[in-house]
Design a protein around this ligand. Structure first.
Ligand code: GDP
Ligand code: IMO
Ligand code: MG
Length: 427
């Protein structure tokens, strides 16, 4: 197997975990490289459903090394909960490792995230309230704690002497929130140190070096999706990290030459949770049908997902900035009973009639855009049991081949159901 990155090519929840789990069979090392427990990743295997937030979706296979990379932000209590859940399922966690360079989400980060979402008058993003934005903000401002800091009292105290006066002033004066004493935070950190102790990997350089030297196979697992990328997504309605393929390098410790393929996972339609533009959104009964048939409710927050037709304009953009070498198209089975399936090939400005064939990065004009659709005939049969590309109904194959043509990118995997087995490798 080549070294692969699996990323979301839309607004998240594309089925990345299903594809990661599938490809993890042939990998030796699986690395989660960005995001935190805002992610909700579902794997259905051996008749069971597993939901992951931080732990790489490759953990279900024995003998693999699963690393939570430096680019992630980790909420200790959530990590602990996830570990406990997996232990109850008797999942072998001996291969799980956490980078000491991963950033810790402290209680003030979740509190500020909650405040910004609930109390702020303007600028609601619809976040998962898991402290993601405030943690990455502090990381970039160089006032965050890293997991490695928990094991050096000297480093911790020195850092807290800088962080706490600043943070407390901010918490009190800007947000009207509770402040933290040094003793209180040190006690918290002691608790966190115990949580991470069995997994923290101070030898991560030797580990990465060894895998590289021995030509072992590496699979990078992205969270969120290209359209939620802090640089390329529908800013400011994005997450605070880089889910694009390039994020795999900054978030793992491996350079670009370690990556052979970037697989962009996309649904045969589009969903989005939270605020922000969504040109192909369907607020009618077709959208409701997609939500019902596709079970489109968030794994992390339970929120109903907004649904719409496949948007080839954003997808073409995702192929470029995400660095996709191929696409894994999921959930095409959701259309089994649809007579017609639409694909948005361009946007039209309602005011001027101007046609956009490329994605306009100025999101403030998106409210004036309407989709230009082409319509495909459905296939009217259950395809969830099909395992070979040539066994798919002709209309399904035509639809897939047309998408490849528009996107100028091959579809390498077609997913026809949530289960690991319900997959077609297109070749
Ligand atoms: P992720 O965040 O990208 O890993 O995706 P989520 O787990 O949040 O959401 C994807 C949902 O779709 C999960 O419930 C999966 O079990 C399910 N799923 C994945 N692939 C398919 C598919 O091809 N067909 C159907 N019907 N469901 C799928
Ligand atoms: P996975 O990995 C879908 C969305 C939130 C919100 C925005 C910012 O399961 O695909 P944040 O909490 O990150 O500051 O929220 O990003 N969001 C996701 N949407 N899937 C996800 O992860 C998401 N992670 C964050 O809904 O709009
Ligand atoms: Mg998800």
């Amino acid at each position: 197997m080549a070294n692969k990155v699996v990323i979301g090519a839309q607004w998240g929840d594309e089925g990345k975990a299903k594809i990661t789990d599938l490809l993890a069979q042939d990998a030796d090392l699986i690395i989660r490289y960005q995001g935190g427990c805002n992610a909700g990743h579902t794997v259905v295997a051996n008749g069971k459903t597993f939901k992951f937030h931080l732990i790489p979706s490759g953990i279900l296979y024995k003998g693999k090394t699963c690393l939570i990379g430096n680019g992630t932000v980790v909420l200790p209590e959530y990590f602990e909960q996830e570990i406990e859940g997996l232990k109850k399922e008797n999942i072998d966690l001996s291969g799980l490792k956490v980078s000491p360079l991963a950033t810790i989400t402290m209680p003030w980060h979740t509190e500020v995230d909650g405040y910004s979402e609930d109390k702020a008058q303007k600028g609601k993003i619809g976040t998962t309230k898991k402290g993601i934005g405030p943690t990455y903000t502090d990381k970039m401002a160089r006032i965050a704690l890293k997991i490695g800091d928990l094991y050096s009292k000297e480093a911790l105290e020195e850092k807290l002497d800088v962080i706490l006066p600043l943070k407390n002033k901010q918490l009190e004066k800007v947000y009207g929130l509770k402040t933290y004493s040094k003793e209180e935070v040190l006690a918290l950190c002691e608790k966190y140190a115990k949580i991470f102790e069995p997994y923290v990997c101070f030898e991560w350089q030797e580990l990465l070096q060894k895998f590289k030297k021995e030509g072992k196979k590496v699979l990078f697992e992205g969270a969120q999706g290209v359209m939620l990328d802090v640089d390329f997504g529908t800013y400011p309605f994005v997450t605070s990290s880089n889910p694009i393929g390039g994020g795999a390098c900054t978030g793992s410790g491996y350079g670009p030459k370690m990556i052979d393929e970037v697989i962009g996972v996309a649904k045969a339609y589009v969903t989005r949770v939270g605020e922000g533009p969504f040109v192909t959104e369907l607020t009618d009964e077709i959208g409701d049908t997609i939500r019902e048939v596709g079970h489109e409710f968030g794994v992390t927050t339970g929120r109903p997902r907004r649904c719409g037709w496949f948007d080839a304009v954003t997808m073409k953009y995702a192929c470029l900035v995400g660095g996709l070498t191929s696409i894994a198209l999921t959930k095409i089975d959701v259309f089994d009973k649809f007579d017609e399936i639409k694909v948005c090939t361009a946007y039209k400005d309602k005011r001027s009639g101007k046609i956009y064939n490329s994605y306009p990065t100025d999101v403030y004009i998106h409210k004036y855009l309407e989709p230009v659709y082409e319509t495909h005939s459905g296939w009217g049969q259950d395809i969830t049991g099909i395992r070979k590309y040539e066994d798919l109904p002709e209309n399904a194959r035509k639809y897939l081949e047309r998408l490849e043509e528009i996107l100028d990118t091959p579809i390498s995997i077609v997913s026809v159901g949530p289960d690991r087995e319900q997959t077609i490798f297109k070749g």
